[in-house]
Design a protein around this ligand. Structure first.
Ligand SMILES: Cc1ncc(COP(=O)(O)O)c(C=O)c1O
Length: 363
């Protein structure tokens, strides 16, 4: 064999032509392409926390003397802290390098070639990503026109090959939640159900109390959004204890960095500060929503997360995205079958709302 064509033949056949996850644009890649300095770019495209992380995290990292040693691979201290925050037991918890890695881990535990995974579309693309990498088949169940999940259709999609059902609540990119009643009905199918609560702190609704009763329920959470740790990458999940044991066994060693572990500890020690920031974002969400509703060519959807999804009724979302980017304001745009001509705007500080609304009004 010579050259990469030789080994390319050995790539797992179902990964030929695989579509990767399309992540948000990094501001530094826009140097010279936008009308403002990179440092002044307003990021409203990746649902990050505009206030940053707790100052305690920065201080603790700057003063840390143990970044040269591996973190505790068994996550003992971390699991206790997270269990206390989530209101569950430490033996149910696994932490990961962002909740993305936990989506991937849990799919790797259950899904093999030809297995089916039910995904309620439109939704976060990582469920498809991880399922396809494992050789599984994504079974898309369409949400209704207001993006509510259709429980009847989910039940009808279950086959003997169904290994998992993914439900994001609040859903990304649409921002709506799934009712407790619907969640219970879906769990009662007996299929392993993953409830993705990456935006829990902005909705206040959680399925974790159901975890004691239902042995097929798994709940994922993130520190990226509410705690402002997107760059450090920390997420966690609540699982039935036996499943947590399996996940601990199959995870990559040291899946949370020492810096991530320190950041969780300091964030949870500064919870009042962080919850104050969450409150500010929730308040700003209402203001941004009111202002977006007044833009006649947009249809803004109510959100329980830290972003607002808007259908573009006149004009092109791609164009709007481009024009905003030129002005140094980044938003996400979509133009695919279930997310036609639309944008998603992350909730920022009040001045970010003013900037994006002024720009939109000028178009
Ligand atoms: C629904 C949902 N789940 C999970 C994640 C992953 O979050 P992280 O890996 O940063 O914890 C995101 C990120 O945007 C998301 O929108």
């Amino acid at each position: 064999m010579s050259g990469s064509e030789g080994i390319e033949k050995l790539v797992r056949p179902f990964l030929k032509g695989f579509t990767g996850y399309s992540a948000a644009t990094s501001p530094e890649t826009l140097e010279g392409k936008v009308d403002v300095p990179v440092a002044d770019i307003i990021k409203m495209d990746a649902n990050e926390n505009p206030y940053g992380c707790s100052p305690r995290v920065l201080r603790a990292l700057a003063g840390s003397s143990n970044l040269n040693i591996y973190p505790d691979d068994g996550q003992q201290g971390l699991r206790k802290l997270l269990a206390n925050y989530a209101g569950t037991d430490a033996d149910r918890i696994i932490a990961g390098h962002g909740s993305n890695t936990l989506i991937d881990l849990v799919v790797r535990l259950f899904v093999g070639e030809g297995d089916e995974v039910i995904v309620n579309v439109p939704t976060f693309d990582l469920y498809r990503f991880s399922t396809e990498i494992c050789g599984g088949k994504v079974v898309n169940v369409k949400r209704d026109n207001d993006f509510a999940v259709r429980v009847k259709d989910i039940k009808a999609a279950i086959t003997p090959r169904t290994k998992m059902i993914f439900i994001a609540t609040p859903n990304n990119p649409t921002g709506n939640i799934v009712s407790r009643r619907d969640i219970i009905e879906i769990i009662e199918t007996g299929v392993p159900v993953v409830i993705d609560e990456a935006y829990y702190e902005f909705s206040g609704e959680t399925a974790i109390p159901l975890a004691v009763k239902y042995q097929n329920l798994m709940v994922l959470r993130s520190f990226s959004k509410w705690a402002g740790l997107a760059g450090l990458r920390v997420g966690y999940g609540v699982f039935p204890p036996r499943i947590a044991d399996y996940l601990m066994a199959i995870k990559i060693p040291y899946i949370v960095s020492m810096a991530g572990e320190i950041a969780v500890r300091e964030s949870l020690a500064d919870i009042d500060y962080l919850q104050g920031r969450v409150k500010a974002i929730i308040k700003e969400r209402a203001r941004l929503f009111d202002k977006l509703k007044k833009v006649s060519w947009l249809k803004a959807y109510p959100s329980q997360a830290n972003f607002i999804y808007c259908a573009v009724l006149q004009g092109s979302a791609a164009e709007i995205h481009k024009k905003l980017q030129k002005k140094g304001i980044l938003v996400r745009y979509f133009d695919k079958p279930l997310l036609k001509n639309s944008i998603r705007i992350s909730v920022g500080k009040p001045e970010h709302t003013d900037a994006v609304i002024n720009a939109l009004r000028g178009f």
